[in-house]
Write a protein that binds this ligand. Sequence first.
Ligand SMILES: *Cc1c(COP(=O)(O)O)cnc(C)c1O
Length: 352
Amino acid sequence: MEIKICRNPSPKEKPSGKLGFGRIFTDHMFVMNYTAGRGWHDARIVPYGPLSLDPSAMVFHYAQEIFEGLKAYRTASGEIRLFRPYENARRMNNSADRLCMPQIDPEDWVTAVKTLVELEKDWVPYEEGTSLYIRPFMIATDAMLGVHPSKTYQFIIILSPVGSYYAGGLDPVRIYIETKYVRAVRGGTGEAKTGGNYAASIKSQEISEELGYSQVLWLDGVEQKYIEEVGAMNVFFKIAGKIVTPALVGSILPGITRKSAIELLRDWGYEVEERRLSAEEVESAAKNGDLEEMFGTGTAAVISPVGELLIGDTHIKINGGKIGPVSQKLYDTLTGIQWGRIEDTRGWITKI
Ligand SMILES: *Cc1c(COP(=O)(O)O)cnc(C)c1O
């Protein structure tokens, strides 16, 4: 893959102060076009800016869209590195398959990310806990309203410097268990990283915030009994010494942080069960004192300890609302590997 580079003639001032999440974008973006019969072509890095699309472009009407999320980290010695980017490339191809969108060679995918991050390396922030968030996505661009797979697509990568998720230390979050709406059903698109899943989740997120909770925990879409995942995080429980996480049954997004946490936990000698886990089981484990910890896993927060659950009228406090030792150790280890404080012995790091 040959990437043409057209430099931005008027680069922006680098931000100072609080970065937040996904509000500031860098000077360039990667764009590549797909045409059926021709394949991917015209890989290029161009100045960051608005796209020009026909109003009838299929992405606007039927949500034929997929995305990914990963980060570039700056180590103390100034090196810039990615965490398991080939996993993101493979997962995007799985999402593409579900949405009838074209595959991208994982080598080309990672090369595109690396080339763009290299060009924008001064945008990778320096402060503790900050990183450069990478958002690759693909959209259907055929200008027509019929419902069928588009014949043309664009693959785009944008970058955003983001702040530390935890400004004041690892604060446990309060989570609302949704018992009315569902996010995904078996056979649907729950295991694909596609915008439609998020569109379906916004209403519940609003309700949870009104109630003073920061995120939504989804139950299965058939019986609304079994725990699936939180908004953009997979979930883990420590129950009577064992680690339990919902099995990937097709309606749950297969998180790369989830996979990494399972590998670490098993290396440390924990029994990790991937199985169905009902909200009722969590409630009764909490009642009899067996629910020791709960945490979410995802690229944005890495490990997010959960201090409280709300299901119906029942409030469940977990570990006295404090972070537990397993959550803390996972957080320290994963972020240690990402920021280069702990040696990477598993081949998880790709250097820029
Ligand atoms: C991206 C995402 C996750 C987390 O995946 P990571 O690869 O760990 O970042 C979990 N759930 C949903 C719905 C997601 O979109």
